[in-house]
Design a protein around this ligand. Structure first.
Ligand SMILES: [Zn+2]
Length: 130
């Protein structure tokens, strides 16, 4: 997993800043991600997610679209089968953006037929898998 992240960053000239705490951020402009060193599925998916913000589709959408697209990128490119618990964590992240969106008027919640919900349902189903 760590090697996969290192490889993606080398191939796409993305600089990695290491941080001590969980969470992360990406700067598309500077092609930098700041994440915890990859050692577990949790740190792996966060690193892929931040890379997804730089490389993935849907980068120019709303905040919620960008977040969902970056998680869809994780599902697409992961080189290991992700555990239901890991999908559960992705679901928590998606839900936290929805909660934030519902509190802020300038964040738009996608309509029912939007692909955001396809990503959401996919991650939900995987989190419930045996
Ligand atoms: Zn994100």
């Amino acid at each position: 997993m760590a090697e996969h992240v290192a490889q993606l960053c080398r191939d796409h000239r993305i600089h990695v800043h290491a941080r001590q705490s969980y969470g992360g951020w990406a700067s598309k402009k500077r092609r930098v991600i700041c994440v915890k060193p990859v050692k577990t599925q949790r740190t792996y998916i966060v690193a892929l997610h931040e890379i997804g913000h730089i490389l993935g589709a849907g980068r120019s959408g709303t905040r919620l679209e960008q977040e969902a697209a970056a998680w869809a990128f994780v599902c697409e490119v992961s080189v290991v089968p992700l555990s239901p618990a890991t999908y559960g964590r992705m679901l928590q992240y998606l839900q936290s953006y929805l909660v934030r969106a519902s509190r802020r008027k300038r964040m738009i919640i996608p309509p029912p037929a939007h692909w955001f919900w396809d990503v959401y349902r996919h991650i939900l189903a995987c989190s419930e898998a045996e």
